[in-house]
Design a protein around this ligand. Sequence first.
Ligand SMILES: [Fe+2]
Ligand SMILES: [Fe+2]
Length: 158
Amino acid sequence: MDGIVLLKEDHKAVKRLFRQFEKTHKAASPKQKRALVDQILKELNTHAYIEETIFYPAAREGVPEAEDHVLESVEEHHVVAWLCSELQHLDPADETFDAKVTVLIENVEHHADEEEHEWFPKVRKALGRNRLAELGEQMAAAKAHAPADPLALMSAKA
Ligand SMILES: [Fe+2]
Ligand SMILES: [Fe+2]
C-alpha cells in the first residue's frame, strides 16, 4: 500500500475512535472509558512509531523543503506522547481524565490536518509512487514492533 494512503487510513481510524469517545464519555463507566482510551493510545503509539522510524526520516532525506515540517511534527508528537503517558496511568474516574482526552483529541486533529494538507502532498510529489509503495510496506511491517509505552517513542525524548 502507498505509504501516505496508509498514514491517512490510520488518521481516519483514530478519528473514528475520537468521535466515539465524544459521543459516549458522559454516560460511559470508568471501565468502558479505560477500554476505549487504551485503544486510542495504542493506535496513536503505533502510528507515531512508524512515522518517526520510517516516514519522517525518508521525508527529511528525500524532500529538503519538508525539513521544518518534520521538525515541527516531531515536537507535536512529543506533546502527544507525554499526554498519552499521563492518560495511560490516570484513573478514568479522575475529574481531569475527560479534559485530558479532549486536549489530546484537539492536538492530534490539528497535527494530522497539518500533515495531510501542508506537507504530505510535497512528499508525495517528491518521492513518487514506487518509493511511497516501498515505505508503505515497511511501515505496515513495522507496526508489529511499536512500543506499548509512549515514552519509548523517539519523540518523547526530543
Ligand atoms: Fe504525525
Ligand atoms: Fe500522522
